[in-house]
Design a protein around this ligand. Sequence first.
Ligand code: NAD
Length: 493
Amino acid sequence: MQQELSTSTGESGYPRVTIAHGDGIGPEIMAATLKILDAAGAKLAYDTIEIGEAVYLRGQTSGIDQSSWDILRRNKIFLKAPITTPQGGGYKSLNVTVRKTLGLYANVRPCASYDPVVATAHPGMDIVIVRENEEDLYAGIEHRQTQDAYQCLKLITRMGCEKIVRYAFEYARSHGRRKVTCLSKDNIMKLTDGLFHKVYDEIGAEYPEIEKEHLIIDIGIARVAKRPTDFDVIVTLNLYGDILSDVVAEIAGSVGLAPSANIGEKCAMFEAIHGSAPLIAGKGIANPSGLLLAAVMMLSHLGQGECAAKIHNAWLKTMEDGVHTGDIYVPGTSKEKVGTDGFADAVIARLGQSPSILPKAKVAAEVPMNLDFSHLKDRPKEEKTLVGVDIFVNFDGDPNELGDRVTALGNEDVSLVMITNRGVKVYPGGVPETGTSDHFRCRFMKSDSLANLPHGHIVDLLKKFDAAGLDFIKTENLCLFNGLPGFSLGQGQ
Ligand code: NAD
């Protein structure tokens, strides 16, 4: 199924694609990719924007100018070479910013092994990783809360889970895939990863023809690394998917081979999964395949599936003929070692040809961008009941001393039930073996006589903490949703 897209078009009537040449090896692999697209007759018009290191270093900490955002939003389709994020604080990752600003919720990373033409320990691997792209620890909300403790917020929403899980199943259905595996760590993170797993079960039930399997992420990644042929489509959260896709790309043969598509409801971005590889930049030896295959995904996405298949087949034939860049060159298996440009010329020379050993690429089906998520805004409101508060404090000292001081701040309406340090209960009844930092959580719960804890009680409690000279850092409300707790117990509680 080819889709119709409302993209911007140039004078030629061709869709306008935003191009960024990027940093490091970016300009070399982009030049090779554009040369192949032109030779294959891709019907595209380009607008080039500058992003990355040069923009960061002239003081734009986001790595992108406002004028570039305007072009990105107008064109809606973005082909991006890798960029370098300067080391050190103060620079936000542009990749993450672009994905989130343009609402690119699905990161789709197909990873196949190309045995016997590219050396791999895992012949027959053909995995597609569908990674959540906007949430999780990549919300980028971090705080230093005490001298000792730093926090990164893991933010998961039902909306984010539903979008990515729906996309994964729609992808599997439209691409004739047999199975969708969900990877999460819901044995530990019961609320956040637990929600992801729950949504997977709910939505998966609507796809009876597709095999379903959930694995805990640690054993899941281990199994993927050992027996990748057991897997087909994998759907997972942002951080796990980031790690997993590099593992899978590397065991396929080289990180230089894998493309990715970042899909949103209105925009899409296509890129290689690797970075700017500064150590080999300027040498003309980088493998352009990741970016080229990303451009192939982009062509399919734009409804130019025939052209996409033509390039893909020429690329497969080049690989099959043993014309390899240094990262995958193996004497004996490979026939000719080429640089970036030589590889592009070899692909161009094979346009119109198809592989005879590797499976021939077909005109790929695409998942429509316009999946309907409107119901997510109209869900019935759950009944929310405030039943307590966690007050986090910066405290240097003995948990029992803190416990006695904080217990005295409660009253008949709201009282201290426990104190934890790094999640484990240290008061009442803590043991001296537990290591403690200067970061404590004091959990107060309402008495049974109150139906709902008025917010004013929390404000009063904080005033008392302040008056008692206790340095509170933050609070988290403890709520029931339709009567079910929206908070985890302390370890040992
Ligand atoms: P990297 O992916 O750039 O390099 C990892 C290894 O793979 C290196 O040995 C490199 O030489 C090799 N490699 C990568 N691409 C290759 C290719 N096309 N051909 C041949 N060999 C290739 O990862 P890194 O070194 O951790 O990161 C370098 C920079 O890239 C950092 O500034 C990082 O922030 C950035 N980065 C950008 C993106 C992106 O723009 N999407 C993604 C990841 C990293």
